[in-house]
Design a protein around this ligand. Sequence first.
Ligand SMILES: Nc1ncnc2c1ncn2[C@@H]1O[C@H](COP(=O)(O)OP(=O)(O)O)[C@@H](O)[C@H]1O
Ligand SMILES: [Mg+2]
Length: 674
Amino acid sequence: MAVCPACGKELPGEFPFCPFCAAPLAEAAPPPALEERKVVSVLFCDLVGFTAASEAADPEDVRARIRPYHARLRSEIERYGGTVEKFVGDAVMAVFGAPVAHEDDAERAVRAGLRILEAIEELNEADPGLELQVRVGINTGEAVVALGAKPEQGEGIVTGDVVNTASRLQSAAPVGGIAVGAATYGATKDVFDYERLEPVQVKGKADPVAIWRATAARARFGTDLTRTHAALLVGRELELTLLRGSYERAVRDSSVQLVTVVGEPGVGKSRLVAEVFVHIDSLPYLVRWRQGRCLPYGEGVSFWALGEIVKAEAGILESDSAETAAAKLDAAVPADEADREWLKARLGPLVGVDSGPAAGHEEAFAAWRRFLEVLAASRPTVLVFEDLHWADDAMLAFLEHLIEWSEGVPLLLLCTARPELYERQAGWAGGKRNAATVNLAPLSDEETARLISALLERAVVPAELRALILERAGGNPLYAEEFVRMLKDRDLLVRSGGTLRLKEGTQIDLPDSVQALIAARLDTLSHERKALLQDAAVLGRVFWAGAAAAMGGLGERTVRESLHELSRKELVRPARVSSIAGEGEYAFWHVLVRDVVYSQIPRAARARKHRAAAEWIERQAPERVEDLADVLAYHYLQALELARAAGQSAEAAEFEAPALRFLLLAGDRALGLD
Ligand SMILES: Nc1ncnc2c1ncn2[C@@H]1O[C@H](COP(=O)(O)OP(=O)(O)O)[C@@H](O)[C@H]1O
Ligand SMILES: [Mg+2]
């Protein structure tokens, strides 16, 4: 709830004046951020030669022929979570990552591109006279995103150099091909096959830019299991013991056990599961291990994860024809099973085999459970369901059905999920017998340090370099890996003897993958929560609830509730003791989260927020401003520089006097301390 900035009372609604003290409120709440800076992937697709071919034709005929093409393009783009920004004649421009970012926007854009090429072929087959041909260009980079834009009314969502370059790549693409720029290539080179193309000249860029042609998607099966691990496992002894224990209980009691491993992205959930696999694989008897993943966007199949498991069990490949798949499914259902036909009919939809009219959930669940029980009865079985936070409600309902009803067979259900699973299903697996949850906390500093040494091939890592990565990783092994990889890829490390050093004057950026991951998590937040985080990010890694409340014109209760939710999402955490008496102190979970939030605020808004932060700090300790002079000087200087950079000279002039005053104070204080 909003509060009056003059009297501090909570406002029971929206008013131009405070109903308690009559202070004007129009200026109280700053306008919500209408723009954000974001990393997006832009896709251009243009028809080749169609404009020329249509010159002679009647415009109505042209429109009639082009319409199905536009509709098809839109649906392929939207299927992967992209937004069509505009159609210009025969060309379409689409954006992935705005208004809402996903951690894999570059991948989605390329998948959409490949789908578009397939769709064009289908359209040509359906209408032989059509002979459509396209070129696709995709580029990834930072852009300014207009949050409230309505593309259906012709309003642009993104602006920036990334758009022009994408358009240029499109015209450089081979006919019937997709050309991508370096950032898109870097983010997706493990997912697609690429060919290098001749570099192209782009307006406004001195050097030709490197481009690649995406040719095909690599299979996504088994990626998690077969992935090579960069370093030996560090820590996690207790968690591994617990998971092994759950497996042993399933075997000893012939019972179903469910374990959900929960933690933020990159903390090591999949790795922990892989380590359980290593252990189980080393046992002297055979265990059935099957793995399925929930996907963040629909391939039109719900129960995808379960489908993967059944496909793997039956040996069905994505490339199999429907008949082959049906034959393999037939072979996978035991011959002595009484209800063979019934089972096969219910399993069919999971593996893309058409098997007559669909059954209700209840019946399908019963059949699937029966199939899994049959498997587990023949030998101990572990079923892994990865990334359960993306599962749809029906998938979750099936797992609960399984744990509730299965009996008498050794079956371990091993699930991984991010904390947001609990937002959708607060009581996930709660109150179920044989269900456990393992919360994966960040690695300790000592463990992270060991991981960093291992990632740097056990070179002697000077304390300074280690501290630098340690701080950025914040106990997240994925972040540590990505930083080390970036330092290596960009050749920023020099080795002299056995010792590694950072090159002189190196500025360390955020790796693209980490930025994308964090930006996607931030976009799961409501606008209000995000605005709160933006205010907090201006205050720094550590901030106070009261400051965030004052900067956003919010009530204390609202802020407390928001911060509670943000802590549950592992974006911030409360400090046990506060450095300001009576003020709840919080810190960003990772300094990187703070950096990404901060980088998304447009410069002019950033300047305003720095001023608001300074004013709050001044109010806390008016008699002690000397002590805080350097913090205050920092905020006013930031405000000054940002306002200048945003071309707001009037605002900038306002910040000069306080910036100077606190700089001098800070200087005096430094001298006094000597
Ligand atoms: N305890 C650990 N020791 C060493 N490396 C780890 C550890 N935990 C995770 N990693 C590595 O960090 C990366 C991210 O881990 P992952 O299991 O994929 O995270 P999550 O599934 O939670 O998103 C992987 O490359 C993994 O091998
Ligand atoms: Mg994972």
